[in-house]
Design a binder for this molecule. Structure first.
Ligand code: 8Y7
Length: 278
């Protein structure tokens, strides 16, 4: 079960978090730019084809991305969030800025997806007083430089220890465990080998039984395996989501919702894991 603002998400079957990217410069070519109506329609379409959560992002957090100013992020995000306020599907906001968290929660966001795992000053406080869900993601370094020299002893053990530390920090700030999901942060300061090891052993990360969220959609780890450019990673992305679900991921963050839904429906039909959704 995940407390997600006014929603209570049962996690009997893997849920799909559909990515809605409000940046103009997205690496996977899905950036919607400044068109509010287009973004709202895109989100509604994601819901119609099977998204259980929508993840709105107005800051490009891909490796190598330049930071976006606070005003720019708010300007892109808030009109879309307001237009989706009465949506029957929970809206997550992908941000690490406490000011954006507060503004988003005040406008009805049900989840905060923070690639810095509430490490920025003020971030723990910004979410503590609400009942939103929070995704605590592992990342090493800053997006601009994190891919330079990723180095680990045992990547799974190190990611696990980091997430346990953030879980303790969240608990100390009064954020209940029923509100938390954990994420290994595929591609954030990791080589393709590190990412594959994390996927292979994803089940080991379910620290304290908390739900795992996995995001590999269109990422370069899949390019490394298939040799395909970002626009041709649909098959690999669906396979990765399925493998994550099989290893216990409760939420998969994807661009291609309809295809992922079909794949997960087949998996559930075979394993008898929860009801198949239409
Ligand atoms: C992830 C993410 C990104 C991820 C979570 C991309 C915002 C890069 N990746 N959030 N965000 N997990 N929780 O390619 O793996 O989507 S941005």
């Amino acid at each position: 079960m995940l407390r997600c603002g006014k929603f209570l998400l049962r996690l009997e079957r893997p849920l799909i978090m559909g990515i809605v990217n409000l940046t103009p410069d997205s690496f996977s070519g899905d950036g919607l730019g400044d068109d509010v109506q287009l973004a709202v329609e895109y989100a509604r379409r994601q819901i119609a084809v099977g998204a259980d959560i929508i993840d709105l992002g107005a800051e490009s957090s891909r490796p190598g991305a330049p930071p976006v100013t606070l005003d720019e992020e708010l300007e892109r995000l808030l009109p879309v969030l307001e237009a989706l306020a009465d949506c029957p599907t929970p809206i997550s906001v992908d941000t690490y800025k406490p000011e954006v968290m507060r503004a988003a929660l005040a406008r009805g966001a049900s989840m905060i997806n923070d690639i810095f795992a509430l490490r920025r000053p003020g971030a723990l406080d910004a979410v503590a007083a609400s009942d939103c869900a929070v995704c605590l993601m592992h990342a090493r370094g800053e997006p601009a430089t994190m891919q330079r020299h990723p180095d680990y002893g045992d990547v799974v053990a190190e990611v696990r220890a980091f997430l346990a530390g953030r879980l303790a920090a969240a608990a100390a700030a009064g954020i209940g465990r029923e509100r938390l999901a954990l994420d290994p942060g595929f591609g954030f300061g990791k080589t393709p080998e590190h990412n594959l090891a994390l996927l292979a052993r994803l089940d080991e990360l379910a620290s304290d039984g908390l739900p795992i969220l996995a995001g590999m959609s269109r990422k370069s780890m899949l390019g490394a395996v298939t040799g395909r450019p970002v626009g041709e990673r649909l098959g690999a992305s669906v396979a990765a989501a399925l493998l994550a679900a099989e290893r216990g991921a409760k939420i998969v963050r994807v661009h291609d919702v309809a295809e992922t839904r079909d794949a997960l429906n087949v998996w559930q039909a075979v394993t008898g894991c929860g009801e198949v959704s239409s």
